[in-house]
Design a protein around this ligand. Structure first.
Ligand code: NAP
Length: 475
């Protein structure tokens, strides 16, 4: 009881309504909660069969809920299979809930109708999303519901239902007090619900953006873009979208009129097929990371390219800083393609060196530049060295793709790796008087370019950089 009361006090600072899960408390005392409450209370005593922890006598379980209602709880929540056993519940509103921890049932709408028939004041449906498109069906149900309804999808695929639900008509959404205190999978900490996603401010005018990825939980993009929208006073929210089938996702989510997406691993190539417009330069690169919705037409861009080039050119003087410079790029993977095409377009003289030489040859053939194996590096005179391999990345941070003795004073050295923020390559380059550009600079600049494409305005670059550095340094 002491711990639960302390949690209730903490939750009262952020939540509008507080759910007391009696099944998580030893010997729960409803009156003690009411005496200490400063917010409306929901009393829930969930049995194991519905995903809760209560394993005792059913009559005692129901009796505690009846007592909570009689004492003055604002809501009591019981399951569809036991709703009719509650009987008289005084002033308290009766939430009748249904849970499915495996999937969204085919008869979701019929379940809702059964809840209404059971005499619910509020219907609650919580089902496991196995695909992000399950959220759309829940949103349809919320919009059509004739009694107050709480509808949410559980799991990582369902996170957006917790964020967008209230804007779609859900009576409320559940947040958890803190990471690790979730009472259902996919719950978002309440601090993030309020500060990051601004759930209470989402309305019919809110523009929707998000990152298409799989997995998505590690993505820094929601933190960066939501902070940027907030700082600029833009009514927009940026969502984490765990997407398995990108074609189906893009088609189905047209119904939500999403205004833009970031796209990352593993969808950067496949997503191009479902765009209405992709310009030739992005087609040449063969991958994109940004979608802009222009009056219903989805247009694809590659800001990895723009972001890296902006970062590199910003440390070089003049109008066309890369023109005629000898640029040596280590790597022939996805990032190399984006940056290589960019360097070539800016007039740089490019040489691609890669561990798998055939890949360097192929990419160089497409771009139209020199190529070779990694051991050619010592023989080359260069103005700019770009590392686009993953060498030096956490956890192998003592690796470096280029020996220190090849780094000459005044050379520009760029490393796409951003974890760690300062790689061994960049540290040694700085020690030798090179001008260094980090993967963090590229990452921030690609996000800045996305923000500009979506809003047509200036991005709060300093703030976005701060968010990235904070996340990368684990603060
Ligand atoms: P990718 O397509 O898998 O390409 C990886 C490249 O690294 C290939 O050229 C590969 O050579 C080379 N490589 C891997 N291990 C190597 C080793 N032990 N020795 C020599 N070469 C090695 O990867 P990617 O998506 O382009 O990502 C590359 C790096 O860029 C990653 O560290 C990633 O985090 C970073 N990145 C940064 C940003 C940013 O915004 N800063 C954005 C995207 C990516 P082979 O062809 O021989 O396998």
């Amino acid at each position: 009881m002491d711990a639960a009361l302390a949690d209730m006090k903490a939750a009262s600072k952020a939540a509008d309504v507080i759910e007391i899960r009696f099944d998580y408390v030893d010997a729960p005392e409803p009156k003690a909660f009411l005496d200490a409450a400063t917010k409306p209370l929901i009393g829930t005593h969930r049995p194991v069969r519905e995903g809760g922890r209560y394993e005792g006598d059913e009559e005692q379980r129901i009796d505690l809920l009846r007592r909570a209602a009689a004492l003055g709880f604002d809501y009591i929540d019981t399951e569809l299979d036991s709703a009719e056993r509650i009987g008289e519940h005084g002033e308290a509103k009766l939430i009748v809930s249904y849970h499915n921890f495996e999937r969204m049932p085919d008869d979701l709408e019929a379940v809702h109708a059964r809840i209404v028939d059971a005499g619910a004041d509020v219907a609650k449906l919580a089902v496991m999303a196995t695909d992000i498109c399950d959220n759309l069906r829940m949103f349809d149900l919320l919009r059509a519901a004739e009694i107050p309804t709480i509808g949410l999808c559980m799991g990582e695929e369902g996170v957006i239902s917790r964020i967008l639900g209230p804007g779609m008509g859900s009576l409320l959404s559940f947040g958890t007090l803190d990471t690790g205190k979730e009472s259902a999978p996919g719950q978002v900490p309440i601090g993030d619900m309020r500060e990051l996603y601004r759930v209470n401010e989402i309305d019919g005018e809110t523009r929707l953006y998000g990152v298409i990825a799989n997995p998505v939980a590690h993505s820094m993009s929601p933190a960066i873009h939501n902070a940027a929208f907030r700082a600029k006073g833009i009514n927009a929210v940026y969502l984490p979208l765990k997407v398995a089938d990108v074609r189906r996702f893009v088609q189905e989510f047209k119904r939500l009129d999403m205004q833009g997406y970031s796209v990352t691993i593993p969808h950067k190539v496949d997503v191009m097929d479902v765009m209405d417009e992709v310009d030739q330069f992005v087609r040449d690169i063969g991958a994109m990371n940004t979608v802009v919705n222009r009056d219903g037409r989805l247009c694809g861009y590659n800001t990895d390219c723009t972001g890296a080039l902006r970062a590199i050119e910003s440390v070089m003087g003049g109008d066309a800083p890369l023109q005629d410079k000898h640029v040596v790029m280590l790597g022939a993977g996805g990032t190399s393609r984006a940056i290589g095409y960019g360097v070539k377009a800016r007039g740089g003289r490019l040489t691609i060196l890669n561990r798998t030489v055939a890949k360097a040859e192929r990419l160089a053939g497409e771009i139209g530049c020199e190529w070779g194996p990694l051991d050619r590096l010592p023989k080359l005179q260069m103005d700019v060295l770009l590392n686009t391999t993953s060498v030096g990345m956490h956890p192998k941070m003592e690796d470096t793709p280029a020996p220190a003795e090849l780094l000459r004073e005044g050379m520009v050295v760029f490393d796409a790796v951003y974890n760690p923020m300062e790689t061994r390559l960049l540290r040694e380059a700085a020690e030798r008087g090179c001008v260094t550009v980090s993967g963090v600079d590229m990452f921030v600049n690609q996000a800045v370019a996305q923000f500009e494409l979506w809003t047509g305005g200036d991005a709060p670059e300093g703030l976005m950089r701060e968010v990235v550095i904070k996340r990368l340094s684990g603060r």
